[in-house]
Design a protein around this ligand. Sequence first.
Ligand code: ADP
Length: 208
Amino acid sequence: MNLIFLGAPGAGKGTLANMLSKEYNIPQISTGDLFRAAVKEGSELGKQVQGIMEKGELVPDSLTIELVRERLAKPDAGDGYILDGFPRTIAQADALAGFQKIDGVIDFSISDELVIRRLSGRRVCRSCGAIYHVDNMPPKEEGKCDRCGAELYIRDDDKIDSIKNRLRVYKEQTEPLIAYYRDKGLLREIDSSQSPQNSLEQIKNILE
Ligand code: ADP
């Protein structure tokens, strides 16, 4: 099952991709996570994308497409995957169609107001990447990961100016993909304003 999770930043794609990948035993492939890993490593790619990401702009299509092409060629993607955060432009979607067959696209629908509330409260584990929220999903001990005990931090692009920019970029460049995949008959929509568990039920209903 080759799936795409589409939706605004903060809609819950990452959280749900993580839950579903465990349930169906297929990898979650998050371009955001891949880019953040490159930045942390200090690789050539990381140096190229760091400033772009902090501002909430998109990494150029050519770099992003190449990264995904390489990742999808790995053996663990052979039995299916969840693409989380890719494609984000029509050019990326066209390129993907040239080398992969997509079975379904889930669109996570949510209001701007809720996006802002969610992203500004998001905390991420520096070590294992687990995601928390100060209101809805607080860690047991403040600032510390329940899973591995490492420190939680606020992503640079979860600061308010960056959040607003990411929403603008989403509307301009990514939202047109909703019509793109609807026209291909691949699009299914969920209401992602409720709890992660609720979103999970909606997605499982669609898939099963
Ligand atoms: P979110 O979905 O919460 O905005 P992500 O973790 O998916 O965040 O992505 C973080 C950043 O990584 C984006 O703002 C962008 O700079 C870069 N990025 C991730 N995926 C893509 C993509 N498909 N195309 C271009 N840039 C991307």
